[in-house]
Design a protein around this ligand. Sequence first.
Ligand code: PEP
Length: 271
Amino acid sequence: MIGKNLTFGKSEEKLLREKDRSMTRNKIIAGNWKMNMTPSEAVTLLETLKPLLHNDEVEVVFGVPAIDIIPVVEACKGTNIKIAAENMYFEEKGAYTGEISPGMLVDAGVRYVILGHSERRTYFHETDEDINKKVLKAFEHGLIPIMCCGESLKQRKQGITMDWIRQQVKVGLQNVTADQAKIAVIAYEPIWAIGTGIAATNVQAEEICKEIRECIAEMYDTNTAQKIHILYGGSVNADNAAGLFIMEDIDGCLAGGASLKQDFGKIVNYK
Ligand code: PEP
């Protein structure tokens, strides 16, 4: 059932008001460092990248390893850069050795949380149900989920891409209210494009992002579908970013490898 009552944090309400005022969706350009960068390397990278980011119209987000969050938040003070965690547990606290709670992330200054990345689904066996619990918990704490979805090459060849993605989106957003969905971020990341250097073409990426938006409209309404951000991820680089970003339903990207390089500056300054 969609629309179960969940409380809104003050920051969520503010974000929603801002989104309501703006007619168009701003771009979100997010990096995913994965399991790269020690804390000191992270700060050095940030200091290299910060002067290269010259586009105030986009929301720049760095998804960083948990141990890097505190120094990276510190290094980004005084900028508009937002920090994302790469994962989070769905319990508040307790005997869950090795896990990170939403409260810990908020206290450390985190704004977004990447959930359901295909690497977590594949290597750590995360299910759509697990991801849904994390999405709900993130909203409870005023964190914005960047919920990933995407098909394998086999699924694409079998012609079940959209069935698969619809299931990921529908289960992942179960019990998420329309107001929450409006501020959520979905990252469409075809598994065959992640880390391979073979990005989806802008037409391929747009086709799926548009269908995801249609799926959101069916689950909620067209207003919600127009507000939600849908990113593309999978071998985005300085050469293909602008072509992806001109597509109507692509609201930015989640970039892995390119976010560890000066290329990220070129992606942010795509126009
Ligand atoms: C990712 O990590 O989500 C990703 C898309 O990686 P890459 O850009 O390296 O393909």
